[in-house]
Design a binder for this molecule. Sequence first.
Ligand SMILES: *Cc1c(COP(=O)(O)O)cnc(C)c1O
Length: 407
Amino acid sequence: MSNLPEARALDAADPLRSWRGLFALPPGVVYLDGNSLGALPLGTASRLGEVMRREWGEGLIRSWNTADWISLPRRVGAMIAPLVGAAPHEVIACDSTSVNLFKLIAAALAMRPGRKVVLSEPGNFPTDLYMIAGLEAQGLAERRLAPRAELVAALDEDVALLLLTHVHYKTGAMHDMARLTRAAHDAGALVLWDLSHSAGAVPVDLTGCEADLAVGCGYKYLNGGPGAPAFAFVAERHHEALQQPLTGWMGHAAPFAFTDDYAPASGIDRLLTGTPPILALAALEEGVKLIAGIGMERLTTKSRALSEFLRAAIAETAPGLPCISPEDPTARGSQLSFRHPEAYAICQALIARGVIGDFRDPDILRLGLAPAYTRFEDCWNAAQALGEVLESGEWERPEYRQRAAVT
Ligand SMILES: *Cc1c(COP(=O)(O)O)cnc(C)c1O
């Protein structure tokens, strides 16, 4: 039986316990949605104040040089790199995950002339599938979807790119990155990994897996703030050949030469398009700094311990509720998902009690465990609240069934 004293003992022995104090978490709230929007680091407000007052307010345009604004996309990318097993010069922070997907899918298609198929799986995150569809509508790609078990068999000589999300956003199930990357390469295809639910949450070794391309999200486990810039990875061996379609001036070899003809920058900079959003990148840097400071090894250990504790606690408080995340903690992301036909209303009833998880259509209650700031006591409280919500039937109140614009 898990209990509150046990949870508190685990928190007291947690080597990450002091990091929680570096985040602005409202008292009385159990926050289990850091996989949708990471918590606010305390350093972010003062950093943004500084960037606004001193760098923008006083430095004005000079700050592109004096505050080195111009290299911020590369600096933040280099800080993200060790979290995903990449070299510093292989990652850049820019644009949104969706836009980076577009750039890298198109670039991969251009690197595999004669092949048009982009292979993915049904139920992948919508934006990933929509971005393939958009390129298909332009006549540049052909979308092919195969269920997990049939992906390898679907890799034939028409496939230019295998595009998968490493950790599934609904179930938390994790793909075997090394095995699938090898299979794609054996078929002559490239691989693009979406690391939105992986970066800062689970160990990723892009270099060890010989991955070609990757993208990931800045506002989830990296705590960059709502709509934070995303990141993109290109393995060094592809830097010279990579042609991305959004050939803006910031990806030019010499943006301030103002020439009429486009020539891509030599390294990862060629993924840039327009002027980088400095305020947003400064906020992202503060979030990444904390996660990089802890390091993936400690984050992984804590994440697995948290999710095992929460799984055991919910198995006691809500024994009838099926967990659809993989049972093996090394085979899932930093989350647990549960299935219930009234998952939306249950999620709302939990939020009313101060336990913030989220709902994923049609019937999934998702509890994210951001290891940097989530406590075992939070897991215990969430399990108690969930048990009480189910037992009391309080989720049946009509107001909990009213769907908001963002679910
Ligand atoms: C969150 C998420 C995104 C987000 O894309 P945006 O362009 O930032 O909206 C993309 N892919 C996956 C798998 C995600 O989980």
